[in-house]
Design a binder for this molecule. Structure first.
Ligand SMILES: [Zn+2]
Length: 403
């Protein structure tokens, strides 16, 4: 029934050729998607923001009667940068078929899934819908899921008379595995201000780098403590790390070899388990960094300043097991295990609006954000029928079962 591959190719090509790196404009491409869905019979609305030349938007497109128990299909249109990324041997903004792979920025993460949703919706018998299907396509996912954070407060307004669906399918790359949970992500920076001077008279100054090293050591000790007390409730969902993990992303400090560094800054992020209060670890670390004494590296001069920034965060996801969407996806994909995704999605914000998400998509995670990003041709060709089958089961055929 959904064999019109040239249509999927055409939609995928249009999306991949559009430069929607997170700092660029997404709204013109979102409007072309909206025009297609409008022509297919969907009611389409946008939430827009951004500056001239970089207009962004989220898209909400709905079809079907204004009943509860509808289904959301969701994905993000923005992609990570490719311009200064070494390793590209193909044109990033082109859809290229080679052997059993399909290449281009966003093939895996995650424009092809959007194209598969669009093609499936264009082939759907909208007049047979007994429950609504809504497409929520976001921008700015790759920069902290901030597009979905914007969308949630205005979602009911954009849905109009349609009650908010309770279930959402997010097609991030999972190799078609079915994931119901992921960790959140929290980031902050630490700035150390020491006292500069000539390196030959260290007692006259305080090295900000030396102080920062001690603070980094404290955070490292916290990571070790977390690693030693895993949460058994997440042993199967996050088998590689059933605890909150920390990462130092950048460290910058000092001016020259023969100068005492007067400033040092480092960026930290961590991924809290979805049931943890996301900012609790930040507050604990801030107290340790600000209040525990720092070893004196100079002559006992005035203490250095340590500034810990406010946290930026995206929430984790812990959708209930056994939802009709999970059953439909497992049946369709012959999946027996429901696990946890090793990355963050818009689903954490959707959960704040009462929408439980399942993460399941055609791409392989090891291709996401990579040079020469690609997707298997099999996953490319299978997706439209998967989307159509699940939407038909949940919005046309099956008696809804509330969770
Ligand atoms: Zn993604």
């Amino acid at each position: 029934m959904y064999m019109n591959r040239s249509n999927l190719e055409e939609i995928s090509r249009e999306l991949i050729e559009a430069d929607t790196v997170s700092h660029a404009a997404s709204h013109p491409t979102m409007q072309r998607i909206g025009d297609r869905l409008d022509a297919a019979g969907f009611r389409v609305g946008y939430q827009t923001w951004g500056r001239p030349g970089a207009e962004k938007s989220n898209l909400v497109a709905i079809a079907g009667p204004p009943e509860p128990d509808g289904l959301v299909l969701s994905g993000h249109l923005d992609v990570v940068p490719f311009a200064d990324q070494p390793g590209w041997s193909r044109e990033p903004l082109a859809l290229t078929f080679e052997g059993d792979r399909v290449f281009g920025r966003g093939t895996t993460d995650m424009k092809v899934f959007l194209a598969q949703c669009i093609e499936a919706m264009e082939g759907l018998a909208l007049d047979q819908l007994r429950r609504p299907v809504a497409l929520l396509f976001t921008s700015d996912e790759e920069v902290g899921c901030s597009g979905s954070a914007r969308l949630v407060p205005v979602l009911s307004e954009l849905l109009g008379e349609t009650p908010s669906p309770k279930l959402c399918w997010i097609g991030e790359p999972t190799s078609w595995h079915v994931f119901h949970a992921h960790k959140g992500v929290v980031s902050f920076s630490v700035e150390v201000r020491g006292h500069g001077g000539h390196s030959s008279v260290p007692e006259a100054g305080v090295s900000a780098i030396a102080v920062a090293a001690q603070l980094i050591g404290r955070i490292g000790a916290e990571q070790e403590a977390l690693r030693c007390s895993p949460d058994p409730a997440f042993a199967e969902i996050f088998p590689e790390a059933p605890y909150t993990t920390l990462n130092f992303g950048t460290v910058r400090g000092g001016t020259a070899l023969n100068m005492i560094a007067d400033a040092c800054r480092f960026d930290v992020s961590y991924r809290p388990l979805p049931t943890e209060e996301p900012h609790a670890l930040w507050a604990r670390l801030r107290d340790r960094l600000l209040n525990d004494p720092v070893a004196d590296w100079g002559s006992g001069r005035a203490p250095v300043d340590v500034i810990v920034s406010a946290p930026a965060s995206a929430p984790g996801l812990a959708s209930p097991l056994g939802t009709p969407l999970e059953r439909a996806l497992r049946a369709r994909l012959d999946e027996h295990v429901v696990g946890g995704a090793p990355f963050c999605t818009d689903g954490g914000h959707f959960a704040l609006a009462g929408i439980d998400s399942i993460v399941c998509g055609p791409g392989d995670l090891d291709q996401a954000h990579q040079p020469d990003e690609s997707l298997s041709r099999a996953a490319f060709e299978a997706g439209t029928a998967h989307v159509a089958a699940v939407v038909e089961r949940l919005c046309i055929d099956e008696t809804p079962a509330r969770t």
